[in-house]
Design a protein around this ligand. Structure first.
Ligand code: NAI
Ligand code: MG
Length: 351
């Protein structure tokens, strides 16, 4: 049995999670997978009511689950750093979710803004707990003309080694090619260290092709030749930017999934669509559930149900390919419920 903590969050978060749950229920029943869910109302609404996104013992509560499925948090009136630092970042750090995994694919029926995007299929592996997003630093001389801010980056041998190993192992199961994002020509301490450790780890995977690209040139290649990539590994900041760029290349933000993984499985991993709470369309039942559904498929894979995960992904591919099961963000007119129904039907009939 796998126990799942469900945090629908704000706005369309609850709409897409409802859809993901329906698809999970269908595939779980079919494969006799025992999933139990516990729902938490942790959100900006809770913040406005009780002054915190989650209770004081929130992390302790979550630690008893096998996985966390999250919709999205954020709402107008609550500063974004509150929802981020009050929920998402504490979860990622407390549970040592050092991998942020962002698969990118251009599906049939989804228009990419690029003219040449057929066959794009790669994964961005972002370092998720150290690097540029550290709390080390501070502000000096506040309010004076010589006011200043310092922010330290933290790169450790252990941190770089484990993210590189994850990327190389993943490439082995795919097309065997890793690209490392760097900027060691401009950032002269941390990134040469990153390059050195990633190259050391590469030697342990002689069967995987490996190269290293400066982040600026790499960003250009994401647009000019996205088909050439298989697994792209980067630091926290580089991975953050590259994964949004890659999601844009793939067409709609409504499709992009993500996984925050503790590959050691000591702590629960968290699965969430890349998109936010979309206040502009919330409550209208028109959100694209694909990002949440694909995230649920990543969760099934992590919980060692690869066949069920593959069937969910295939159902998604098929709904995207068909014009009457596309939501408005993809130029269609299907509702979230229409797409969910179609996904469930396809999952049940797949063999
Ligand atoms: P957003 O992703 O919520 O929306 C951006 C645009 O994409 C909107 O026009 C929205 O309607 C559209 N969109 C997003 N997801 C969609 C879907 N599934 N189907 C159809 N259309 C979709 O980003 P935005 O507007 O910058 O942020 C809104 C709130 O969400 C903010 O409070 C922000 O902090 C929060 N947020 C939370 C994230 C998380 O929980 N991980 C990630 C990104 C933003
Ligand atoms: Mg981002």
């Amino acid at each position: 049995m796998s126990s799942i903590a469900v945090i629908p969050g704000d706005g369309i978060g609850s709409e897409v999670i409802e859809s993901a749950r329906a698809v999970l229920d269908a595939v779980a029943a079919k494969h006799e997978i025992d999933l139990s869910y516990t729902e938490f109302d942790w959100s900006c609404q809770r913040y406005e009511r009780e002054g915190a996104m989650m209770p004081d013992d929130g992390i302790e509560t979550l630690s008893r689950f096998d996985a966390i499925l999250l919709g999205a948090v954020g709402w107008p009136g609550v500063p974004d750093h509150v929802s981020l630092w009050g929920l998402l970042i504490p979860i990622r750090r407390a549970f040592r979710q050092y991998v942020n995994l962002r698969p990118i694919r251009v599906f049939d029926g989804v228009a990419s803004p690029l003219r040449q995007a057929d066959g794009v299929d790669f994964v961005v592996v972002r370092e998720n707990v150290e690097g540029e997003y550290s709390e080390i630093g501070g502000r000096l001389n506040r309010g004076f003309p010589d006011e200043m801010a310092v922010q330290e980056s933290v790169f450790t041998r252990a941190g770089i080694s484990r993210i590189a190993d994850f990327a190389f192992e993943l490439a082995r199961k795919r097309r065997g090619y890793v690209t490392s994002a760097t900027k060691s020509n401009g950032i002269v301490h941390t990134l040469p260290f990153w390059d050195q450790i990633v190259a050391e780890r590469a030697e342990q995977f002689p069967d995987v092709r490996f190269d290293s690209e400066h982040i600026d040139a790499l960003a250009a290649k994401f647009v000019l030749q996205p088909q050439r990539f298989d697994v792209v590994v980067g630091s926290n900041l580089f991975g953050d930017i590259l994964s949004d760029l890659a999601a844009a290349v793939a067409g709609s933000i409504g499709i992009a999934p993500s996984a925050n993984l503790d590959p050691t499985k000591r702590y629960p991993s968290m699965f969430e669509p890349v998109h936010g709470s979309a206040p502009d369309i919330a409550g209208r039942g028109v959100a694209n559930p694909a990002g949440a559904v694909w995230s649920a498929a990543l969760m099934l894979e992590h919980l060692r149900h690869p066949q069920a995960a593959a069937e969910v992904l295939a159902a998604m591919e098929s709904t995207l390919a068909s014009p009457d099961t596309r939501t408005a963000d993809l130029g269609g007119s299907a509702s979230t419920a229409d797409v969910t129904q179609a996904l469930v039907t396809r999952v049940i009939s797949a063999r």
